[in-house]
Design a protein. Structure first.
Length: 647
């Protein structure tokens, strides 16, 4: 079950909510004005009992119908004023608060994009979705109602209490009697409700994850007839959430019951005592009417404290959950990142040197591999990279290529004490060379390739591109140089063309798209109903696996990257398409420094040399045929793969 429980600091609800200030600051004038208008509206309601007192002790006692009508007119005007003022309050807050919510959502999205892959490995997607939806809605509702009305009600109650005490201090003290027990109840409630509200919101996140997985994995669920067990898992989770929501309701009901009952009892007692005093002639009937009307007018501000506190607590929990994501450390954009794009492709300096690769990497060549390494690969190199991606011609393979120097890697969430997944990796891929990476399943091939574009950070050692440490260049520049195609090709809800051009520098157009589609043998895209403008649907599930993989390949090559990292890019293709894609890829690989994860001999043969990953190390490097002859493990892996292919 995907759950994410962040460890949270034990902050008070007020301190947590204060973190919203930077978002509220730009709209503070409107919010303060709205609160002021609401206070005036609410306090105007307290004038009504005073008009009643004047009517009862005046025109009613004097049997003066004109005075009674005048009093009724005052009451009507007061009612209208109160309604209009509350309307103005609503108008004042609606627009700025939707702006606050939108800003917060945009910041969350931006942060999610900039957080490292290791963060996304740890967090369930439903937890992130619920933070961007339900939690932000709770925050907006808090800013719209509880924030204002806790203040408005506090001022109204304070003014009302003064009026009550001014009318008659004895009855006033009697009505105030429950104040202390009520405050104590509120404090206890808040503490308990905070814990349950947090649990409920986390459970909403878990439920969202299950729904999301069920929808995305609907083919697997149907294919394996797992809809019943999936429905059972959903029912269990929603049953748990229901239990938590019921606990919230019980807590709220207890608070509500106390908040309503105690003041009612006090008002009842004041009514009895007041009536006795009116009968004794100690108190005027008008004063008693005004007193009771004021006390009743305070009932709503007191009663509503229960749900206002509950909403505030939920908003505090939502704020806490929101900032758990925002407080996560984003990827360091790298040095000189303030000028994104300018470096893309212009990195001729910084020690890259002009070493054309003739054997300078020998230290890393653990195998016998000298032969087929075609490190002159710049043959067709007429290209010059001009700034942010306006490549002219093909890329020239210059520099020293891609080097892993004593690289070790361990997943941050690996069990404590477990050995690193990769250790002492020394590998040199010369400029223009393509290196296949072969190893048993789970040996760490995907992980090793993910280190090049810094999807994960090396634990020790370093990786250089043309002599430059990848940690010394801005990420934007690094990712402009290195393109990837993953084993699991992910497409987005956009057109085919947009999906492919995602891999190209800004300003790339149809010629680039057509060339990339041709290279990846993805010309089927032109035959789609709206050609390359056809929407591929969520995750590209409307396309076949092979079609998706070819589009992902087109995306990797469309930007004419200097370095290409392909994670078993041909696994979903039929034999004929694979042969066609290989032929096209051969052209691309001639000019590109490439690392290709390969399982099958046909893919391995695309590369100039092969590196065997075994036991977390590069166990051998050489050409395919050399390794077949000299390395038993490699021969074993390839013979298995060959049998697979022949079947
Ligand atoms: N995010 C992660 N956190 C912890 N361990 C991980 C993570 N991702 C992968 N691993 C582990 O790292 C090991 C290597 O995984 P990797 O995907 O790199 O292998 P691979 O050689 O590419 O496998 P395959 O050939 O099956 O694709 C596996 O044991 C895997 O369980």
């Amino acid at each position: 079950m995907p759950t994410t429980r962040a460890t949270t600091e034990d902050r008070s609800a007020v301190r947590t909510l204060l973190r919203l200030w930077p978002y509220v600051r730009p709209v503070r004038a409107r919010l303060f004005t709205a609160a002021f208008v609401a206070i005036v509206a609410s306090c105007s309601g307290l004038v009504i009992p005073l008009v009643l007192k004047w009517m009862v002790d005046g025109p009613v006692a004097d049997r003066d119908p004109a005075g009674v009508w005048l009093g009724a007119l005052y009451l009507l005007l007061l009612g209208i004023a109160e309604a209009v003022l509350f309307g103005i309050r609503r108008w004042l807050v609606a627009r700025p608060l939707s702006h606050v919510e939108a800003e917060m959502r945009a910041d969350l999205y931006r942060r999610l994009q900039r957080l490292p892959v290791s963060f996304h490995d740890r967090w369930a997607s439903g937890q992130l979705l619920s933070r961007g939806t339900t939690d932000l809605m709770l925050v907006r509702m808090f800013l719209a109602f509880p924030l204002t009305f806790l203040l408005v009600n506090a001022v109204t109650i304070a003014v009302g209490v003064v009026i009550l005490l001014a009318q008659d201090w004895l009855l006033g003290l009697l009505v105030l009697g429950p104040a202390l027990p009520l405050m104590w109840t509120c404090v206890v409630f808040e503490r308990r409700y905070a814990e349950v509200a947090r649990r409920a919101q986390d459970q909403v996140g878990d439920l969202t994850t299950v729904v999301e997985e069920s929808v995305l994995g609907i083919r697997v669920i149907k294919g394996f007839g797992r809809h019943r067990s999936q429905a059972r898992a959903f029912r269990e989770l929603s049953g748990t959430l229901r239990g938590t929501e019921l606990r919230k309701a019980r807590l709220l009901a207890t608070l509500w019951g106390t908040i309503v009952t105690l003041p009612e009892v006090a008002i009842g007692a004041a009514l009895v005592l007041g009536a006795i005093r009116v009968a004794d002639g100690d108190l005027s009937a008008g004063t008693l009417v005004a007193f009771l009307s004021t006390a009743l007018a305070l009932r709503w501000p007191v009663d509503s404290i229960g749900f206002l506190l509950a909403m505030s607590q939920e908003a505090a929990t939502a704020t806490e959950r929101y900032f758990e994501v925002l407080d996560e450390q984003p990827e360091d954009p790298g040095p000189h990142a303030e000028a994104p794009g300018t470096g893309a492709g212009t990195d001729t300096g910084s020690g890259a040197g002009t070493d054309m690769g003739t054997g300078t990497g020998a230290a890393t060549d653990m195998g016998t591999g000298t032969g087929a390494a075609t490190d002159t690969g710049s043959g067709s190199g007429t290209g010059t990279r001009t700034g942010a991606g306006t490549d002219v011609g093909t890329c020239t393979a210059t520099g020293t290529g891609l080097r892993f120097e004593n690289v070790a890697f361990r997943y941050p969430d690996a069990p404590p004490g477990s050995p690193p997944l990769l250790t002492g990796i020394d590998l040199h891929i010369r400029p223009g060379e393509s290196m296949a990476l072969v190893g048993a399943t789970g040996s760490g091939k995907t992980t090793l390739t993910a280190l090049v574009p810094r999807l994960h950070e090396v634990t020790s050692g370093r990786i250089t591109l043309d002599g430059v440490d990848i940690t010394a260049m801005p990420r934007e520049e690094l990712r402009a140089k290195v393109a990837m195609a993953f084993e699991e090709p992910t497409l987005f809800s956009a057109s085919v063309g947009e999906n492919v051009l995602m891999g190209a520098p800004h300003g790339a157009g149809k010629p680039d798209l057509d060339r990339a589609l041709a290279v990846a043998q993805a010309e089927f895209a032109h035959a789609l109903p709206q050609g390359t403008g056809t929407q591929v649907g969520e995750q590209g599930l409307s396309l076949s696996g092979g079609q998706r993989q070819r589009l992902a390949l087109a995306r990797a090559v469309v930007g004419r990257p200097e370095f290409l990292v392909l994670d078993d890019p041909l696994s979903a293709l039929d034999v004929h398409t694979e042969a066609a894609v290989e032929a096209a890829l051969r052209q691309v690989l001639a000019d590109t420094t490439a690392l290709i994860v390969a399982h099958r001999p046909s893919t391995v043969l695309l590369a100039d040399r092969v590196a065997l990953l075994s036991g977390g190390r590069i166990a051998a490097v050489g050409t395919h045929h050399e390794l077949l002859r000299t390395n038993a493990e490699y021969a074993h892996l390839m013979s298995g793969a060959q049998q697979e292919e022949q079947r």
